[in-house]
Design a protein around this ligand. Structure first.
Ligand code: NAD
Length: 376
């Protein structure tokens, strides 16, 4: 398939997804040709606010639009796999928010279909393009951390009151914000995982997915390395301020995420007097890696979509400045006719860690191997 000079993209799902509208509109190699969401009133408001001529309330109809090269899906979790598969079958490239799917069988179908169709798939994992991750990766690549010894990540959030597919969701089914950075930092794949469930959520939350645990903690083995990583997830009935954190321990230096939002992260340096080991760090943006017109979107609050459309938006943080990096990675991969990062196989590995971890927790912590299709 010939590579594209400009990518005609359509955004599907305009809650969190709407934050990408001005980014694609500003990107020099993208053309945002259409948007899609089910509510016609909200769709019209967004089209008008951003001057987007084409709007669809029916996803199947959007896929029949021959002008669209790629879709970026930001719909509720249960839609991801089926919408991805339908887009690949329609000959479109796919970027999809996390997770790739909620079953191992669907992850396999997506990987197989990308191979069969030659179309690209990228899971839009925000954490691996967030400023903290880019900072730690830079330290690691420069050798400043020394030898890596251990990694851990947490994602704790109280999801009471979120849309109807959330109540009772097994915590590890949405683990890519933890798994992604551990594996992307090392460029490794997970080989096997063991997970324990802990505590119990309210009975009315358990019924939908049959998952009783308040907290799930997993250890994963990084294939071909001497490293393991630990991840912690909770979604309900556990008191904790929202936190998506990564901690990286090296022989020379270690990075620890702050305990409380807006406090500085800490860099520890070995072989110093105890009081001088920790040092607070402020992490800068990595906007210089982006085309000039989208650099401003790494800044917090640069776009106030709510004001612009008179609709309410619950997001708005830009997730560590990651959104323009994600859009740029997807678009530039299509233009260069290369695999985006993470591609389908890697996205499947990151997603299946969580799916295998929950299966492990339900089996009392049994070791579960990652499926072969999620390994290179
Ligand atoms: N950091 C992150 O990566 C991050 C952050 C927030 C949300 N998300 C993900 O983004 C997704 C959406 O989250 P949200 O909070 O915006 O949800 P939301 O419910 O606010 O918005 C969902 C949007 O999808 C549209 N939609 C739903 N079903 C559709 C269908 N069949 N066809 C077309 N459009 C459809 C809705 O009209 C709406 O615009 C979720 O999967 C969530 O996990 C990821």
């Amino acid at each position: 398939m010939p590579s594209l000079k400009t990518v005609n993209i359509a955004l599907v799902g305009l809650g969190f997804g709407a934050e990408f509208i001005p980014i694609y509109q500003a990107h020099p190699q993208a053309r945002l040709v259409a948007v899609c969401q089910r509510d016609p009133r909200k769709l019209a408001a967004i089209q008008q606010a951003f001057g987007i001529a084409r709007g669809y309330t029916d996803y199947a109809e959007l896929l029949r639009d021959p002008e669209i090269d790629a879709v970026h899906i930001n719909t509720p979790i249960p839609e991801h796999a089926q919408q991805t598969l339908a887009a690949l079958r329609a000959g479109k490239h796919v970027a999809c928010t996390v997770p790739m799917a909620t079953s191992i069988a669907d992850c396999r179908r997506i990987v197989e279909l990308t191979r069969k169709t030659g179309r690209r798939y990228m899971m839009m994992e925000t954490v691996v393009y967030a400023r903290e991750f880019l900072y730690v990766k830079e330290l690691y690549q420069r050798g400043e951390l020394g030898k890596l010894q251990f990694l851990q990540a947490s994602h704790q959030q109280d999801m009471d009151g979120w849309p109807n597919y959330w109540p009772g969701l097994p915590p590890m089914w949405y683990a890519t914000h933890c798994v992604g950075p551990m594996l992307a930092l090392t460029d490794a794949f997970a080989e096997y995982v063991s997970c324990f469930g802990s505590g119990t959520i309210r009975p009315e939350l358990v019924s939908r997915y049959g998952s009783p645990f308040a907290v799930e903690t997993a250890h994963l083995k990084l294939r071909g390395t001497d490293l393991s990583a630990r991840i912690i997830r909770s979604l309900f009935d556990t008191a904790r301020q929202y936190r998506e954190s990564i901690d990286v321990y090296g022989s020379k230096r270690s990075f620890e995420w702050s305990l409380v939002e807006h406090e500085p992260h800490i860099l520890h340096t070995a072989k110093r007097p105890e009081a001088k080991i920790p040092r607070p760090v402020r992490v800068r943006d990595y906007a210089h890696r982006l085309p000039a017109p989208v650099r401003k979107f790494t800044k917090k609050g640069v776009y106030d979509l709510g004001k612009k459309t008179h609709l309410s938006f619950t997001q708005g943080s830009g997730h560590g400045g990651s959104h323009p990096h994600l859009a740029h990675e997807f678009i530039s991969a299509l233009v260069a006719d290369r695999e985006p990062y993470p591609n389908a196989v890697r996205s499947a590995n990151w997603t299946c860690v969580g799916l295998c971890a929950h299966a492990s927790a339900m089996a009392g912590g049994k070791l579960v191997s990652l499926p072969a299709f999620s390994l290179p």
